[in-house]
Design a protein. Structure first.
Length: 579
């Protein structure tokens, strides 16, 4: 049965019907996740039935709760030292027995290849898998590791905790001689790979990534300097220093990240880009990895792409109802150009994916070309550009036009050739979505003209332009109300007698803010705007007519969020310009 999909196995075993499978697939497409997890959440099958079917699909043994004795590790093999307690608990895996260099482990998800790879490197063993339900595994792990309090946690585990906690508490006192730094920099490749596979390094990388996700970080920065590492997380658009590990661990940590992202571990002179796919608890997280050489070693930045943390739905991003209605009306058009503009880090990709999700239809052929593919979406054909082999935005777009597309998404319009093909596609009956780097919606039109697109092609093709920024949301637990002060707010008239400002509490790490919300500006390209375009009108004319027709500028949208108590006036002034 290994060639059958899990849903087909369940149908074949008579555990679900075809109709129930279709219901689960529809739910899976909306909420993501795996089909087995979706069926359990919907109450169609039990955990036991799902695990048993997964065992049948993959030809792996299934240990049911009726045979609880099978989930008892052999007691004379020091398995608790081989697989530390916190690794077992975090990854829901349990070592059962060891024979020579072969370790039998019980897991609830045998398809989590990152977890299996970590387990293999941690133990130095080949892994034989058996399947158990998450509930049965958690109980078995608790019984094995914690039935005698903390006494069974391995010495290795404690040593690693001491090492990292020391660096957490005494970050400013870490000093390392330049001779020691030079010695570690000259480690042989074999030694480096060996160190990258040691348990402390595996655990440190795991800890850094998990803590970043728990803190809602979008990026992790690992930066080497002469006598220290600086570790920073970007949270809600701002970088915060995090107590780092010891400086001598920099090379092994970078090597471990390179191994996971399939980069060249021996190449330290050139920048490299890679990706890691990980499953943490019940959600899938993708990480984009970038390395650059600095004078003190390689700096690594990991971009965290967590679909569970960012719902790809227009209604969830913070746009006002009128703006959402305008966007949905544009997205329903059979052809035209839909642009999202803003600086780097303003949430353009998330909005673009959310807009694209609104167009998903079994009767439509949807193609995307991206650099790189940030979120993998069911039902959409996604292509990643590879300039080194000649696969650019322009070449992919030319190929798309021969693929009978209905909707095309282009990650970014960077040059005249890409822009021209997008225009041509829009004029020949296709709906095209893309991004531009401009300050506001009206300047996107002048930007397209500047790169060489004539106005007579823009006039019939443009449908809607959305400009956006991301403003930090006030922490709901500590935000404090106050009366607007003309001395501080000038002549701005607020509709509310009270607005809110940041204060700071434990829940928001004393920043006063938690999470971010979109500040948007939607320019609908209607007949009035087209009339200005047709006579080569200026930026100011386009903006004026759009405002007269009801467009809320970025600043206007920001003030609406201030009046609703969602963000502060200071934050709006930081991310927008008053026109």
């Amino acid at each position: 049965m290994a060639h059958l999909k899990l849903g087909e196995v369940l149908v074949q075993q008579g555990l679900i019907t075809e109709e129930q499978l279709k219901t689960a697939i529809a739910s899976q497409q909306r909420n993501k996740g795996r089909i087995g997890e979706t069926l359990v959440k919907l109450g169609i099958i039990t955990e036991e039935q799902m695990a048993s079917a997964l065992g049948s699909q993959l030809a792996l043994p299934f240990y049911s709760s009726e045979n609880a004795d099978l989930l008892k590790p052999q007691g004379d093999q020091d398995l608790e030292k081989l697989v530390p307690a916190d690794f077992a608990k975090k990854n829901n895996c349990l070592p059962l027995s060891k024979h020579l260099h072969s370790l039998t482990c019980a897991v609830d998800d045998p398809l989590d290849f990152l977890k299996i790879d970590n387990l293999k490197r941690l133990t130095g063993c080949e892994i034989n898998l058996v399947i158990a339900t998450p509930t049965a595994l958690k109980k078995a792990i608790t019984d094995f590791y914690f039935s005698e309090g903390e006494g069974k946690i391995s010495m290795l585990d404690a040593a690693v905790e001491r090492t990292y906690s020391t660096s957490l508490k005494h970050d400013d006192k870490i000093v390392m001689s330049s001779e020691s730094h030079q010695a570690s920099a000259e480690l042989s490749l074999d030694k480096l790979i060996e160190k990258a596979g040691e348990a402390p390094v595996i655990k440190l990388v795991d800890l850094i990534i998990r803590q970043a996700i728990d803190e809602r970080a979008s990026d992790i920065h690992i930066e080497p300097f002469e006598n220290k590492i600086i570790l920073r997380y970007r949270i809600d658009g701002h970088l915060y220093k995090i107590p780092p590990p010891a400086p001598h661990l920099h090379l092994p940590i970078v090597s471990r990240i390179k191994i996971l992202s399939k980069l060249d571990i021996a190449e330290k002179r050139l920048p490299q880009d890679g990706a890691i796919s990980a499953k943490l608890e019940d959600r899938n997280v993708d990480l984009r990895v970038s390395t650059v050489p600095t004078v003190w070693g390689e700096k690594v930045v990991l971009r965290i792409l967590d679909k569970a943390a960012v719902p790809l739905q227009l209604a969830s991003l913070g746009f006002d109802p009128k703006q959402i209605e305008q966007m949905r009306k544009a997205l329903a058009s059979p052809y035209g150009l839909f642009f999202v503009t803003g600086p780097t880090g303003s949430g353009k990709s998330t909005t673009l994916y959310s807009a694209l999700s609104e167009t998903i239809d079994p009767h439509k052929n949807i193609l995307t070309v991206e650099d790189p593919v940030e979120y993998k979406i069911e039902g959409i054909n996604q292509v990643a550009v590879k300039p080194d082999i000649g696969l650019t935005f322009a070449t992919a777009l030319k190929a798309f036009l021969r693929q009978d597309p209905d909707v095309i998404m282009v990650g970014e319009v960077r040059d005249l050739e890409t822009a021209s093909i997008c225009i041509r596609a829009a004029l020949t009956g296709h709906f095209v979505l893309s991004t531009l780097h401009t300050n506001d919606a009206a300047s996107a039109i002048t930007r397209l003209m500047d790169i060489g697109i004539p106005n007579y092609l823009l006039t019939p093709s443009l449908t809607l332009i959305l400009a956006q920024r991301l403003a930090r949301k006030l922490c709901p637990k500590c935000k404090e109300p106050y009366e607007p002060n003309p001395a501080h707010h000038g002549n701005i008239k607020f509709k509310s007698d009270l607005i809110y400002r940041a204060k700071g509490c434990e829940a928001c790490n004393n920043s006063g803010y938690k999470g971010r919300i979109v500040v948007g500006e939607v320019l609908v390209v209607d007949n009035d705007v087209r009339a200005i375009l047709s006579r080569n009108g200026t930026y100011a004319e386009i903006k004026d007519v759009a405002r007269k027709n009801g467009m809320s500028t970025l600043f206007d949208s920001g003030l609406r969020l201030v009046e609703l108590g969602l963000t502060s006036f200071e934050e709006v002034m930081n991310v927008t310009v008053e026109y």
